[in-house]
Design a binder for this molecule. Structure first.
Ligand code: SN0
Length: 318
């Protein structure tokens, strides 16, 4: 694994998820692997779980960590090529990426999509320039179109909770929100579910919220949420803005909020969300505070997922 940018960098999802669970059982198993190595983490957007879990994961492997909120504390970065830099952006990514990597061995980056220009976001323009100019392994902390550390933690959580012989029914449902949010989390979850292949995977959303084919793949799409939820073992809740009518909010239909009544349609389904979650808009209090919610366990697994990925990056970039 040279970089960790998407599921495409993973050879064996089950092996990686099993490694995460091994770290959960014994966190200091590889405490010298990262000795003398430094992880840099740069944030162009807010973060709570990713920031904390990835730092602790790196330290569990013996690494040093440097965290930089480059959006607030750094020079504003220019990503366009061949431009006259006479505006408000003082530093080009060409120098910034190369300079940061004089000091770090692996570089993590969080960069949300602009949700204005679909072509820019879906070409992964920003993170790919770091890949190009850093010359070191790049770790996605959520980019324009995917959030692979989240998706790995999601697979880990499903594997941990589901012990039956059959395939679990996993339903990813859109839910209302007041802001236009990225498609990164749902894209990524769909891509990982498809690549993993060990779930009966269904996506439900109002019309117009279809994800790019590249990510939804062969997943079943059901426009009726109540029907989709029938018999679900896992309900993966997330809002996203439209891909087709790019970055737009087409609906704020509150009948899509995940309530206790909705969960009664499922097979006592466990409720997942990447967090942060807006209560009583996306998911009702009764669900989040009830026995079916596994969102904190899921967030806890971010640590073990990050540790498994960092371990792979350290081993293959020796
Ligand atoms: C981000 C998203 O991609 O949906 C990060 C999720 C890990 N979520 C938000 O930006 C939520 C912002 C809000 O105001 O609720």
């Amino acid at each position: 694994m040279k970089h960790f940018l998407s599921v495409g960098d993973v050879k064996d999802i089950n092996a990686l998820a099993d490694q995460a669970l091994k770290f959960k059982a014994s966190r200091f198993d590889q405490k010298s692997l990262g000795e003398g190595k430094t992880l840099g983490m740069i944030f162009l957007n807010p973060s709570l779980r990713t920031r904390i879990s990835t730092q602790v994961a790196a330290r569990n492997l013996g690494m040093e960590v440097v965290v930089f909120n480059i959006d607030k504390e750094g020079w504003q970065l220019e990503f366009a090529d061949g431009i006259v830099m006479n505006g408000d952006k003082a530093e080009h990514v060409k120098e910034a990426a190369a300079v940061i990597c004089q000091s770090v061995d692996i570089l993590g980056i969080r960069t949300f999509p602009g949700l204005v220009n679909r072509q820019d976001d879906y070409s992964e323009h920003v993170i790919n320039q770091f890949v190009k100019y850093a010359g070191k392994p790049i770790l996605s902390l959520e980019s324009g179109t995917v959030h692979p550390l989240q998706s790995l933690a999601d697979v880990v959580t499903i594997k941990e909770l589901f012990k039956e012989k059959r395939k679990p029914k996993v339903v990813m449902t859109w839910a209302p929100h007041i802001k236009a949010l990225p498609q990164a989390v749902p894209n990524s979850f769909a891509e990982w579910m498809n690549a993993w292949g060990e779930a009966d995977f269904v996506i439900t959303h109002p019309e117009g919220y279809e994800l790019a084919d590249k990510f939804s793949g062969h997943a079943r799409i059901e426009y009726n949420q109540d029907k989709a939820l029938e018999g679900a073992d896992f309900v993966y809740v997330k809002n996203w803005s439209s891909y087709k009518d790019y970055g737009k909010i087409l609906s704020q239909d509150l009948s899509w909020t995940v309530t206790e009544e909705k969960i009664r349609r499922t097979n006592n389904g466990k409720v997942m969300h990447c967090l942060p979650v807006r209560r009583n808009l996306v998911i009702a209090d009764g669900v989040l505070d009830g026995p079916n919610a596994v969102v904190v366990q899921e967030a806890g697994n971010r640590l073990w997922a990050a540790q498994a990925v960092l371990s792979e990056l350290l081993k293959s970039n020796k």
